[in-house]
Design a protein around this ligand. Sequence first.
Ligand code: PLP
Length: 352
Amino acid sequence: MSYNLNDKIKNLVSYTPDTNKYRIRLDANESFITPDIEVWQQIINAVNSVAINRYPDPLATDLCQAFADYYGIISDNVTAANGSDELLFIISCCFANSGDVIMNAAPDFSMYDFYAHLAECKVISYKKSCDLEINADDIIKQCNANNAKILIFSNPCNPTSQGISASDMIKIIDNVDALVVADEAYMDFDDNSILKSVNQFDNLIVLRTCSKMIGLAAARVGFAVANKKITSAIRACKSPYNVNSFSQAIATTVLKNKAYLDSCKSKIIEARNSLTDSIKLICEETGWTLYPTKANFLFVKPDNSESVFEFLKNEGILIRNMGAYLRITVGNDQENTELIEALKRFIAGGAL
Ligand SMILES: *Cc1c(COP(=O)(O)O)cnc(C)c1O
């Protein structure tokens, strides 16, 4: 009597973010905004009316409608999921056969590799140039030359904070012989969405999430937007009651509150621009590189990322250390000020 773990899982390690306590967390690109009393009350009312003994609406009808209304699209094109992570899992496992090539871009969101591996697909990465940009013609060429079944990347990109234009994205979709998965987790902070174009394409899925600008990371709600044929396939592949009733109620309420979401968006963009100005000054002093950002985080290349990261950690501030780079989520004014003060202490300490 025995069971040996199969090859694809025997060396897997679980995703374990740093769960220590920090004074300030700027490591996961969440929103720094929590709902005001009025919005909280709307959320509480919605949660109060959940039928706790009943299964959730399997198609999250109201939620998809609220999402579609906020973004000016139709809900027939929308599928809700337990975070866009669930959709990455479904797309990798169901829209490719084992052995197929899934092409992604590097550097990009690490979960693409993870799910492609579980789907027993072959991963080939398009390597971004040293300015961290994607060249549309190059990625088209590589995608077709490798006979990729799926091409997936984030736009704007986590972690580089850069993005391609909507017209480049459309050129890519038009010219690759693959399903394009455009992960627009941060597109609320930029203006190059192709959400409204999904019905023009047979090979496109756009992913969105409530975890970033919308400020509901705790609720785990994501969306796939695609033409009706692909949407039917996604709905057929998902588990029936994938989004719990509480999350449906909460996210529906918030998505219906356009004034609140618009104010969240402008507050985050304002905080980002002001943090960008402060970090720019630090970069001028130190010679570090700050990349222009289209998201709610900054991507920085210091001389020694490890020493900056450790210094901040000792000060109770957690950011992300990614190879030679640092990724810093935009926080509220006080968090950003404390971050800048800590960086100034680091520089003054001569630790460069
Ligand atoms: C944060 C993030 C997501 C969101 O994932 P959820 O499962 O919806 O929280 C998706 N893609 C990228 C690139 C992200 O950075």
